[in-house]
Design a protein around this ligand. Structure first.
Ligand SMILES: Nc1nc2c(ncn2[C@@H]2O[C@H](COP(=O)(O)OP(=O)(O)OP(=O)(O)O)[C@@H](O)[C@H]2O)c(=O)[nH]1
Ligand SMILES: [Mg+2]
Length: 666
């Protein structure tokens, strides 16, 4: 921003477990900073941040949202704040990933009655992975049974005594005061740890000057050696001044943590450097309209300037620069490092693109989002809505990079996938509200395949005489597993003229049709080789159609003699769980026909690596969550196709027979 030096900008994300009071704190801050003329409350649907219908209905945050404010400390220099509220609910972790990638620092909320929770640890890990400087806010100190000392102890137990309070509750949690003015030895030591020079002084028992303390503490936060802890009673407005002072004094500015591009080059954050910004969110909302949200890493963007989208290799016009304010927006004449801005109606720009000054071509490295682990088949409730559905789904997937929509060509289903079932339910509500399409979600079908495991022969004679010209064709063939690496699936082994060569294409066509719906349960047949070696024809009655039918019949006959099997997709799962769930989790995977391939430990957690049939894991994300109280997580990827055990195959075959019967009834 024009009137504020970049060194005076503080850009940070609020992260933590769901319900830990992040949005409540943000609403209190917005009121304190004069951004809102009253204090919003997410629990009552009056929050400035949790304003969407889905957020109000569920009383949780769903999207990461930027807010701007200016803090004028008593007697100090004003700082410009860019604050990103993020959701704590696990399904929306993609938002945390994006927000933390474009922040200079984070404040981790820890509720003083619940302590360190699953979501607290998940968020901390994310900050660790980015090396993001951070503070901790112990929230909800006004609540009955709130325990500042106990919560601080839990925090230190997890992350060490580099977590030290800089504000503490007073008067039996009726007030908050800062201890930065009279730091204890531990804070002095943490300040000294920022440089060899200060450390020498500290160990020589020489007092650090106030200036040295201040710069030392700030440097230690930046280096990750010090995590300031703040006491907070946001609902009462207590602890806010002290927190904001702490943010101004201790958290880094965009100058301290310049971005690096995909090639590892540092992006110059100076206002007069070439402009660089990174798109981290896309909003398509009836209220806000179509908005592209970007973080500026360097240079200055002026409203309506031309920019270069280096990812798409195309020009864009920035248009008006918006600063989002929940449901509404302010506009800004220009933006510089640390700013999070929204641009409307960009033509080619999408999530993860880099915008830069014309004539330059910087690319920031892409944000990697969590992979989908939760899958549903989507069908419209009204049959005529197919087109609207496709468009509606595309829109929700545009806004949420962790939602994917794909048609499965084998099962002919439209599959929506994401991080969790609540996320997908929310996406469907949004689609209903925006595109007026209602859908049914169901467990996806498995794309089974059929194949043969032995050699065998098949025969069919198609002969029809019903007045006029008859139909005649006879085919003998041999079916066998196709050797690996072999391309050709069809062999012509006909000797003599038992079948004239001109009927071969029709025979091949008939076989291909037959293989699309195999003889076991109607699934496509793969990896088989067919040799046609004999047959007979009739001068008048033989035709292409007659041989097609004969080929189909011979294939069906032959396939059943070749020990046919069903094959199913097998997934590799990496399940990360606390030790105490090992037994239960292993038992459950075995029950799901899984095979444990190995175990590892990772950051104090157990990792189970297993191969499990896809049919068993469509709802594993919610099952694992309830089994581990949300403490387990997993990734999943396709491994290969494997033979379905015969007891399981029986059920699939019976189900397929029933469906075929139903189809015929209709
Ligand atoms: N008494 C009291 N209640 C609080 C405080 N902070 C939050 N709450 C209540 O706790 C509930 C959840 O608070 P939020 O601020 O929405 O929590 P959050 O961390 O934003 O949760 P997610 O958005 O789901 O990640 C709300 O009903 C709040 O009113 C607090 O400091 N004191
Ligand atoms: Mg929230």
């Amino acid at each position: 921003m024009k009137d504020m030096a970049i060194g005076d900008v503080r850009n940070f994300a609020l992260v933590g477990h769901t319900g830990s009071g992040k949005t409540t704190l943000l609403d209190a801050l917005l009121y304190k900073l004069g951004v809102n003329d009253r204090q919003g409350n997410p629990g009552e649907g009056t929050s400035m941040a949790d304003w969407t219908d889905e957020e109000k209905a569920r009383k949780i945050s769903i999207w990461a949202k930027p807010f701007d404010g200016t803090w004028r400390p008593k007697g100090g220099k004003a700082v410009r704040l860019v604050m990103l509220d993020t959701p704590g609910y696990a399904d929306f972790f993609g938002q945390v990933v994006a927000a933390t990638r474009v922040s200079d620092a984070a404040l981790l909320a820890v509720d003083a009655t619940s302590g360190v929770q699953v979501g607290t640890i998940r968020a901390w890990k994310q900050l660790e992975s980015l090396g993001l400087p951070r503070g901790i806010v112990i929230t909800g100190l006004d609540k009955e049974n709130a325990d500042f000392a106990g919560t601080l102890a839990a925090v230190q137990e997890h992350w060490g005594d580099k977590c030290q309070p800089v504000t503490i509750p007073t008067d039996g949690n009726k007030g908050v005061k800062s201890v930065l003015g009279e730091p204890d030895d531990k804070l002095k030591e943490l300040a000294a740890e920022s440089s060899d020079e200060l450390l020498e002084k500290f160990f020589a028992d020489e007092p650090l000057t106030a200036e040295e303390l201040a710069t030392g503490l700030r440097a230690s936060v930046l280096q990750g050696k010090f995590v300031p802890v703040f006491a907070m009673m946001a609902k009462q407005g207590l602890g806010l001044d002290e927190l904001l002072d702490g943010v101004a004094k201790l958290l880094p500015s965009p100058l301290d943590r310049p971005g690096t591009d995909a090639e590892g080059n540092v992006v110059n954050p100076a206002a007069d450097a070439p402009f660089v910004a990174q798109v981290w969110r896309n909003v398509n909302d009836p209220f806000v309209g179509q908005m592209t949200i970007a973080r500026v890493w360097g240079g200055t963007l002026k409203a309506d300037a031309e920019v270069f989208n280096s990812t798409k290799d195309q020009k864009e016009r920035a248009g008006t620069i918006y600063l989002l304010k929940g449901k509404t927006q302010d506009t800004a004449p220009e933006a510089s490092a640390g700013d999070v801005i929204a641009l409307a109606k960009l033509k080619v720009t999408t999530l993860n693109d880099t915008l830069c000054a014309p004539g330059t071509s910087v690319k920031m490295s892409e944000i990697t989002f969590p992979k989908p682990v939760c899958f549903f088949a989507v069908t419209p409730k009204n049959q005529g809505d197919e087109d609207k559905l496709g468009q509606g789904l595309r829109r929700v997937a545009d806004d949420d990079p962790t939602i994917h929509v794909e048609r499965n060509d084998e099962t002919h289903e439209l599959i929506i996938s994401g991080v969790g079932d609540v996320q997908i339910a929310v996406a469907m509500e949004r689609m209903k509200a925006r595109s007026k399409v209602e859908v049914t979600l169901s467990t996806p079908k498995v794309a089974y395949k059929e194949t043969v495991t032995a050699k065998g022969e098949g025969h069919y004679k198609h002969k029809k005489q019903s007045g006029g010209r008859g139909q005649y064709g006879e085919v003998y063939l041999r079916i066998q597993p196709k050797p690996e690496g072999q391309e050709e699936w069809f062999m012509d082994e006909i000797v003599g003229t038992s079948i004239p060569r001109n009927f071969l294409p029709a025979i091949q066509k008939g076989l291909q049709e037959a293989m699309q719906r195999g003889a076991v349960a109607g699934y496509p047949v793969e990896d088989t080789m067919i040799a046609v070696y004999d047959g007979s024809y009739h001068e008048v009655d033989s035709s292409e159609i007659a041989f097609k039918i004969a080929a189909r019949g011979a294939f069906k006959d032959g396939m059943m003699k070749c020990k046919p099997v069903l094959r199913e997709p097998i997934m590799t799962l990496r399940v990360t769980i606390p030790n105490e769930f090992m037994g239960a989790c292993q038992g459950d995977l075995t029950h799901k026909r899984g095979r444990i391939l190995g175990m590892e430990t990772e950051e104090g957690m157990q990792v189970l690596i297993a191969e499990v049939p896809q049919a068993e894991v469509f709802s594993y994300s919610s099952e694992l969550r309830s089994m581990t109280g949300g403490r387990g997580s997993f990734t999943m990827e396709f491994a290969r196709y494997d033979i379905v055990p015969s007891n399981v195959a029986q059920k699939i075959i019976a189900e397929a027979a029933k469906n075929r019967h139903d189809e015929e009834e209709e």
